[in-house]
Design a binder for this molecule. Structure first.
Ligand code: THU
Length: 159
């Protein structure tokens, strides 16, 4: 029997349709993307994360000459949060990625490994993390939970 899983996301038309907090997260992700260390792919990614205490933590992708040793922007940010604020919940995560010199882009979703890592923290905190992935100059997609980006996910409940 064939089954269907449905995911839900909001398509926000543009930056102007974000609220003040979301705009701050967008700006933070966009700005830190400018200093990403991505000399090999020249694909730069910025990530801004809102914590429940109101702090915004950000990260960018960090590449390495031994390619697999590099790390995505999302995991750079959330692992730092996990290490430094282990008991503070993550509320929202914003990601913006594009080729370094691009003026225009499409919303870049977190890669599979980042989705799995975000899910780990969502499970740990037993509270949903809103995930936004934005284009530089247009639409921003938003999910209410990382589970919408990772249906049929593997988590600690199976261990
Ligand atoms: N990258 C991220 O930082 N986040 C993602 O979700 C997708 C990919 C980075 C990894 C690498 O430095 C570059 O983008 C090209 O894959």
């Amino acid at each position: 029997m064939e089954n269907t899983l449905t995911i839900t996301f909001d398509a926000i038309e543009s930056y102007d349709h974000l609220d003040a907090t979301e705009k701050k997260l967008f700006d933070t992700a966009k700005n830190i993307r400018e200093i990403a260390y991505a000399p090999y792919s020249n694909f730069t990614v910025g990530c801004a994360v809102l914590l429940e205490n109101g702090e915004i933590i950000s990260g960018s992708n960090q590449e390495n000459a031994a390619y697999p040793s590099g790390l995505c922007a999302e995991r750079t940010a959330i692992f730092w949060i996990g290490a430094n604020f282990p008991d503070v919940k993550i509320k929202k995560l914003f990601v913006i990625g594009a080729p370094r010199e691009a003026l225009s882009s499409v919303p870049i979703p977190p890669c599979g490994a980042c989705r799995q890592s975000i899910l780990e923290y969502e499970s740990k905190q037993q509270d949903e993390i809103e995930v936004y992935f934005a284009s530089l100059d247009g639409a921003i997609y938003k999910t209410k939970s990382i589970r919408d980006l990772l249906p049929f996910s593997f988590d600690a409940s199976y261990l």
